[in-house]
Ligand binder design. Structure first.
Ligand code: AMP
Ligand code: MG
Length: 401
């Protein structure tokens, strides 16, 4: 066992990520798979939506000029000469003094320029009695009301929302160019570990990091691959770390203990760029490369694992997938309910709870107490140059939800 000689600053680790994490190449994805993906092209409409003027109410399509002067005591009678239904318009031309029965969404017949809502008229099969004036364009959606030819509808870099997918479809677009999703191999190590969801007995520990990392990777737009626990043994570990993926997350064995093989493997087979970071928890974290893969060595203690993921792996995965490297957490500024003690020289990840609009520290130490992060509403990052904050200090709190 060798101790860490010195620890790298969090900033240095982050700059290494900035330098080495690159957005992946684009790929074409069909419409049904586009939700949540990151557009890698600007989408410009090649058509008007709608492509024709259409009725916005059920009623009668008329020439507005034919209603000029109509009043309840001076009703005009127009001849009903046909009907226009959605997808099945009126073929002819409507003349002065005529009207066409029309349904919402149906094309406005030639010769008409307004719709009289059905509630506003009396009618039978032959005629409609107009008792109010309408202005041209009334109750009509004009051509291109929604989207016009040549309009930039969605910018490159956009994370596609459900409604964006609908908009693409409305323009007749069946596929789009998006950033490829990074594939993330999750390597869970530890001979004491049981598969997720198995009841631990004796000296066993049920794997908490695997399911947590899978969820984090999904949140950040990656595709997690986690076929099962890998024994603490160099050959199996190297085989898992050399899978054909974009990023490898090794959970456990990241430190300098006798069963901590991942750092040495990375040093021999690739590059162990950073090992040991001035932070708590997560100080035994490491970053490096193996072939084209970015490799993150995440400490096994679950809070350390979560924290190291959020500080380093998460931003890298989001950059690869075309998302921002920023945390996907909202921040609020609120006063501390109690003082928050830290140590100069390391960054602290303090779990906190919000109580009556104040920030109550829950835990700074206790890297193994994962439930502290479930009890917490979020966390406060105490910078390396700070000894902590006195009660009442306004602190930036990152909210998990
Ligand atoms: P390690 O980083 O491998 O030295 O592990 C540190 C501590 O975290 C040990 O108590 C492990 O049992 C625990 N641990 C490691 N991996 C996991 C895991 N996947 N889920 C829960 N606890 C873990
Ligand atoms: Mg271990």
């Amino acid at each position: 066992m060798r101790g860490f000689k010195e620890r790298v600053s969090v900033e240095a680790a982050l700059s290494w990520i900035d330098f080495h994490a690159r957005r992946l190449d684009p790929e074409v994805v069909p419409l049904p798979g586009l939700f949540g993906r990151i557009l890698d092209e600007q989408v410009i409409s090649s058509l008007d939506v709608p492509g024709f003027p259409r009725a916005m109410m059920d009623g009668f399509a008329v020439m507005a000029a034919d209603t000029a002067g109509a009043q309840p005591y001076n009703r005009y009678s127009l001849a009903v000469v046909g009907e226009s239904l959605p997808g099945c318009g009126f073929a002819g031309r409507v003349l002065r003094g005529q009207a066409v029965r029309i349904m919402t969404g149906a094309p406005l017949p030639n010769g008409t320029d307004a719709v009289l809502p059905v509630e506003k008229v009396e009618f039978d099969d032959q005629r409609v009695l107009v008792e109010d004036e309408v202005t041209p364009g009334k109750h009509i959606a004009c051509t291109g009301e929604d989207i016009q030819v040549g309009q930039v509808v969605l910018p490159s870099g956009r994370r596609l929302r459900p409604q964006d997918v609908g908009v693409l479809s409305s323009m007749g677009i069946s596929k789009a160019v998006v950033v490829r999703q990074p594939i993330i191999r999750i390597v869970i190590t530890g001979n004491e570990l049981l598969p997720p969801g198995t009841s631990p007995k004796g000296w066993q520990i049920a794997d908490a990091n695997g399911p947590m990392l899978e969820a984090l990777v999904r949140r950040d737009g990656g595709i997690p691959i986690n076929p099962g626990i890998v024994p603490d043994e160099p050959d199996s570990l190297l085989a898992a770390m050399t899978d054909d993926v974009d990023v490898v997350l090794v959970s456990g064995g990241s430190s300098v203990g006798q069963e901590d093989y991942a750092p040495a493997l990375l040093m021999q087979q690739g590059e162990l760029a950073i090992h040991g970071i001035a932070m708590r928890p997560s100080s035994p974290a490491g970053l490096g490369r193996l072939g084209n893969r970015l490799v993150f060595l995440l400490p096994g203690n679950p809070v350390s694992c979560l924290c190291a993921y959020d500080f380093f792996a998460g931003p890298a995965i989001r950059i690869l997938g075309g998302r921002g490297k920023q945390w996907p957490y909202k921040a609020v500024r609120l006063p501390l309910a109690r003082k928050l003690v830290s140590v100069v020289g390391r960054v602290d990840y303090a779990r906190v709870r919000l109580v009556n609009d104040t920030v109550e520290p829950l835990a700074i130490s206790g890297a193994s107490v994962l439930s502290s992060t479930s009890r917490a509403d979020g966390f406060v990052v105490v910078p390396a140059d700070s000894e902590g904050f006195p009660e009442g200090t306004q602190v930036q709190t990152w909210l998990y939800d």
